[in-house]
Design a binder for this molecule. Structure first.
Ligand code: ZN
Length: 321
């Protein structure tokens, strides 16, 4: 009896030891597996190439998995951390931002991003993309995006002499922009202002003449500042008005007028934006033109108004991406 009891005790001990052993093995195994898994995570890999834990977390928070993988293929660079914090950061432009930052170290990050996003780190007109006319009121025409000579809007509507200067029938807008311009005009009129259009749709040929005229009169550099190369004029879209006031005295400066102040606060409600604002020449390539207003649609105009950006920046970030 005594021996049997002893045997049973021994057996129980072995079973107990066996169970403990299995548990230990499981715990060790899980730890080992987790370790291995963490080493394969992007966070661990970011730390391996030199980022701190905090920086690695920031990178993973701001970027998609694919974007983080691109960062992993690059050398550690603290500028990346600052760039990804910027609102209009675009991953596809990262290499260009970093390169441009090296050359233009005195510029702010916001400027760097705006310039690279809009191609303005290149010489004006040094490269040309074709304007996507299917985007209609959101098409981009600037010093890098151009319309070709075949673009001829069919749905132009004529502004009568009540609204425009010049020979009858010379001022036209695309119908949907025309309708919104009428809404804008009415609202301005109710506020006590009488807007007049000086210039609107200009075809390919007349833009060519305008530029050639400026170039002959003022030289190429000045001409490039004030007039567009053929195909590069927004007036060719049929979505643009150059405005003045009906009651303008001879020394009238639109920029200093009440009409301009009113437009700045209200035009976006009708889908129009000031296309070449003050302080943005480094992006638009144009000296400020307080009279030049472009129809882009109410949604886009509202974003542009609220965020105080140019159409070039809007297009890069919200449309082209
Ligand atoms: Zn204009």
């Amino acid at each position: 009896m005594k021996r049997k009891k002893l045997k049973l005790k021994k057996q129980a001990y072995y079973i107990f030891a066996g169970i403990v052993g299995i548990f230990v093995a499981i715990i060790l195994g899980v730890n080992f597996y987790n370790d291995l898994k963490y080493k394969e995570s992007n966070e661990a890999k970011l730390i391996t190439i030199g980022y701190t834990l905090e920086q690695a977390k920031k990178i993973e928070e701001k970027l998609t998995k694919e974007e983080v993988e691109k960062i992993l293929n690059m050398e550690k660079n603290d500028n990346i951390l600052s760039l990804i914090e910027e609102k209009y950061f675009l991953m596809k432009n990262l290499d260009n931002y970093l390169e441009y930052m090296k050359k233009e170290s005195e510029k702010s990050l916001t400027e760097i991003i705006a310039i690279v996003n809009t191609h303005a780190n290149n010489k004006w007109y040094s490269k040309t993309f074709e304007t996507n006319i299917d985007l209609k009121e959101q098409m981009l025409v600037n010093k890098f995006y151009a319309l070709n000579e075949n673009y001829n809007p069919e749905n132009l509507k004529t502004l009568s002499l009540q609204y425009a200067y010049g020979e009858p029938g010379t001022n036209k807008l695309i119908d949907y922009a025309y309708d919104k311009y009428m809404d804008l005009w009415e609202a301005a009129n109710e506020a006590g202002y009488y807007l007049m259009v000086n210039s609107s749709y200009r075809d390919y040929e007349s833009q060519k003449q305008t530029y050639e005229y400026c170039k002959a009169a003022k030289g190429e550099r000045k001409a490039d500042e004030i007039a567009a190369h053929v195909g590069h004029s927004e007036h060719q879209t049929g979505l643009v008005v150059d405005m003045t006031s009906k009651n303008a005295p001879e020394d009238f400066k639109f920029k200093e007028s009440e009409e301009y102040k009113w437009l700045k606060e209200n035009a976006h409600k009708y889908g129009f934006i000031e296309r070449y604002p003050e302080g943005k020449t480094f992006i638009t390539g144009y000296s400020p033109e307080s009279w030049h207003w472009r129809y882009v649609g109410i949604d886009a105009a509202t974003v542009i108004y609220n965020e105080n950006i140019t159409y070039d920046e809007y297009y890069a970030y919200y449309i082209e991406k």
